[in-house]
Design a protein around this ligand. Sequence first.
Ligand code: AHG
Ligand code: MN
Ligand code: MN
Length: 331
Amino acid sequence: MSPKTAQELALPVGVTLDRFIMASQSSYPYATGELSQLLRDIALAGKIISREINRAGLVDIAGGNGTENVQGENQQKLDIVANIRFIRALKNGGEVCAILSEEDEDIIHTGNDHGKYVVAMDPLDGSSNIDVNVSIGTIFSIYRRVTPVNGPASTKDFLQGGRKQVAAGYILYGSSTMLVYSTGEGVNGFTYDHSLGEFILSHKHISSPSEGKIYSVNEGHYNGYPSFVQNYITFCKDNGYSARYIGSLVGDFHRNLLKGGIYLYPSTVKDPKGKLRLLYECYPLAFIAEKSGGKASDGFGPVLDIIPTSFHQRSPLYVGSGSMVDQVVKA
Ligand code: AHG
Ligand code: MN
Ligand code: MN
C-alpha cells in the first residue's frame, strides 16, 4: 500500500456555516449582516436543542408535560424546552423584534424593537416521535418587518404571505443533525459535527428531483380524504411506489427532497383544512421546495400564494417533486 500524501492525511473539514454565511453575504454589497446574524442565532438554538434531544432518554425531559398548547394539543416537555431555547436565542441575538411560535397564541415581543426581522417557527415538529427516539425537527420562516423600525411589531408583519419570506428552513434532528435553509437563491444543507460544534456544508445546492417513487401520507385517514387524493394513492400502489411515513414532517420532507417523492397532508371530512399550520409549517417548506425546484400546493394552487388571515391557520399540503405534486392535484 502506498503511503498517503500529506493532503490525504489531513483532509479539509469543509466549509463551516459561518464561513458560508459570510461568503454569501459578501455577494450582496448592501447587506448589513443582520440576516446573517439571525441565521447564526437559529443555528445556535439548533445546536442546543440537538444536545437536549440527544440526552432525552437520560434526563427527565422526554414525555408529556400534562399541558396543552394553543392548538389544544398535548405538549411534550421538549416542545416547551425547544420553544424557550429558540425565543431566548432570538432575543439575545438582537435582530428579531417579534416571534410567532406554534406553542404560543400571540406573538412574542423580544424587546428588540430596532430589529428588522420577524420569525415564525415550529420549535419542535413531530413531537409525538420524541418518546420513541425517532427523527424530529424545527421549522422556521423569516420576514423583513413592514412596520416601522423602533416601534412594536404587529400582526401584519406576520401576515405578509409566503412569497414575502426572505429566508426559511429547518433543522432535522435525525441520525445526524442537519440545517437546511435558503435565503432565496438555492438551498443548502449543513451537517452538524458534534466534536467541532460546527455545522459543515454537506449538501450544496440541493436540487429536488422532478420525479420520484416515494409517497408519504397517513393512510389511516384514507377514508376521509378527497377523491383526488384517494385516486393518487391508488395510482402510487398500482405503479409500485414505496410508502414512507415517519409522522415528522421535517423528516418526511427531507427524505423526499433528497430522493424524490411527495408528502401529502390532505384535508379530511373531519378537518377540512388538514392539520398543518400555514405560517410555520407549510410556508417555509413550500419555500424550500420551490427554491430547490420542487412544488407545494394546497390542492388549489401554490401554497406560497395563499393569503394568510390568522397566525395559526391550517392548510392542506402537497409538497415535493414537481411532477408528482402536479399529478396529485389533477388526479
Ligand atoms: P407537531 O409535532 O409540531 O404538532 O407536528 C406534527 C405534524 C407533522 O410533523 C406530521 O407530519 C404530522 O403532524 C403527523 O400527523 P398525523 O399523526 O395525523 O399523521
Ligand atoms: Mn409541527
Ligand atoms: Mn411543533
